[in-house]
Design a protein around this ligand. Structure first.
Ligand code: AHG
Ligand code: MN
Ligand code: MN
Length: 335
C-alpha cells in the first residue's frame, strides 16, 4: 500500500512482493538507480557554476578535465550499476554499443538489462531549465551466466518489468512503475531522501495542453498539421494551450499532472522523428499507460513495436487517452 511520506527505500521493500518474480534483485536495481539519481542531482544543481568551475572541455582549477553533464550522468549510472553487479547489460544513448557486465563472479547470474537516456533535454542545462533521466528495465531473454546479446535489448516495450524517470526540476522527483501503477517521489535535498509525494499518478483522460515543436510545422505529415489546427480552433475547450519545454521528461511530467498531449512526429527532415524507441519512447509509454494514458506512433501502440536497432527512432504521440485517440484519428484520415 502506498502511504504518503513513505520514503522510497521503504516503498521499494514494502512493495517487493507485488513483483511476480520477487527475488529482491529488481528492488536492489531500483535502489541503485535511486542512489545514482542523487549523485546526478548534485551535479545538475552545480551546472550554473560553470563559469567558476570551468566549462566542458576546459581544465578546472584543480587541474581536472571538466566533462559535459550528459557524460557525467552516463558514467554515474553505469558505474553505480556496474559496481553493484546488479545487471548483466546496459544500453545507453551515450554509448554506440551495449555494455556487457561480466561481474567479478565467475558467471554473472543477474537477470536484468537496463536501457537509459542518462540526461534528457541536455540543451536545457545551459539555460537553467529542467532536465531528466529515463530508464527502462527488462529481464534478459538469453540464459543467465552467458554474455548478453542484442536480443536481450531489442524486446518490445510490453516486456518491460519496470521503467521510470528522474526530473531535475524546481524539485527533484523520481517517478516509476513496475506495472502496478505509477508513483512519484520527491527528494528532500536537505537529507537526501526521496518521499512518496504523488501516489498512484493518473493521466487525466482529457486535457487542454498540446506540446510539439511547431518550428517544424511545414515539415509535418498532413494528419499532424490538421491535428495542430484542430488544437488551435475555437470550440468549448479549445484553443488548447501550447507548452513545449524541449525536455521530454518535463513535458510528459507536466502533461501527466495537468492533462495534455505530446507529439514528436516524423517530418520531411526526420523520417522517423527524433526520439529513441528503446530508452525514450518505451519507458515513457509504459509509465503513460500505467497512469491511464496512451502512447503511439500515430497508428500502433509504442509498446507493441518490435525494435530492430539499439538507437532506433520512432514518431511519438503520448498523453491523455482521448487526446491521443483524436490525433490518431487525424493520422488515419490524412496520413
Ligand atoms: P536528449 O537531450 O537526450 O538528446 O533529448 C532531447 C529530446 C527530448 O528530450 C526533447 O523532447 C526533444 O529532444 C526536443 O527536440 P527538438 O529540439 O527538436 O524539439
Ligand atoms: Mn533524450
Ligand atoms: Mn540524452
Amino acid at each position: 500500500m502506498a502511504r504518503k511520506n513513505q520514503t522510497l527505500g521503504e516503498f521499494i521493500i514494502e512493495n517487493q512482493a507485488e513483483f511476480k518474480y520477487s527475488s529482491g534483485e529488481l528492488s536492489r536495481l531500483i535502489n541503485s538507480i535511486r542512489l545514482a539519481a542523487k549523485v546526478v542531482n548534485h551535479q545538475v544543481n552545480k551546472a550554473g557554476l560553470v563559469d567558476i568551475v570551468g566549462a566542458a572541455g576546459e581544465t578546472n582549477i584543480q587541474g581536472e578535465d571538466q566533462q559535459k553533464l550528459d557524460v557525467i550522468a552516463n558514467e554515474t549510472f553505469i558505474s553505480t550499476l556496474k559496481n553493484r553487479e546488479i545487471v548483466c547489460g546496459i544500453g545507453s544513448e551515450e554509448n554506440d554499443d551495449f555494455i556487457t557486465i561480466e561481474g567479478h563472479k565467475e558467471d554473472n547470474q543477474n537477470k536484468y538489462v537496463v536501457l537509459m537516456d542518462p540526461l534528457d533535454g541536455s540543451s536545457n542545462i545551459d539555460v537553467n531549465v529542467s532536465v531528466g533521466t529515463i530508464f527502462s528495465i527488462y529481464r534478459r531473454v538469453t540464459p543467465p551466466g552467458t554474455p548478453v546479446t542484442m536480443e536481450d535489448f531489442l524486446q518490445p516495450g510490453r516486456n518491460q518489468v519496470a521503467a521510470g524517470y528522474i526530473i531535475y526540476g524546481t524539485s527533484t522527483m523520481l517517478v516509476y512503475t513496475t506495472g502496478h501503477g505509477v508513483n512519484g517521489f520527491t527528494l528532500n535535498p536537505a537529507i537526501g531522501t526521496f518521499y512518496l509525494s504523488h501516489p498512484n499518478m493518473q493521466f487525466p483522460k482529457d486535457g487542454t495542453i498540446y506540446s510539439v515543436n511547431e518550428g517544424n510545422y511545414t515539415h509535418f505529415p498532413l494528419g499532424v498539421k490538421k491535428y495542430i489546427k484542430y488544437c488551435q480552433e475555437e470550440s468549448e475547450n479549445r484553443p488548447y494551450t501550447s507548452r513545449y519545454i524541449g525536455s521530454l521528461v518535463s513535458d510528459i511530467h507536466r502533461n501527466m499532472i495537468k492533462g495534455g498531449i505530446y507529439l514528436y512526429p516524423k517530418s520531411s527532415l526526420n523520417a522517423n522523428g527524433k526520439l529513441r524507441l528503446l530508452y525514450e519512447c518505451n519507458p515513457m509509454a509504459f509509465i503513460t499507460e500505467q497512469a491511464g494514458g496512451k502512447a503511439s506512433d500515430g497508428y500502433t501502440s509504442i509498446l507493441d513495436l518490435k525494435p530492430t536497432a539499439l538507437h532506433q527512432r520512432v514518431p511519438f504521440i503520448c498523453g491523455s487517452q482521448h487526446m491521443v485517440e483524436k490525433a490518431e484519428a487525424f493520422m488515419a484520415e490524412f496520413g
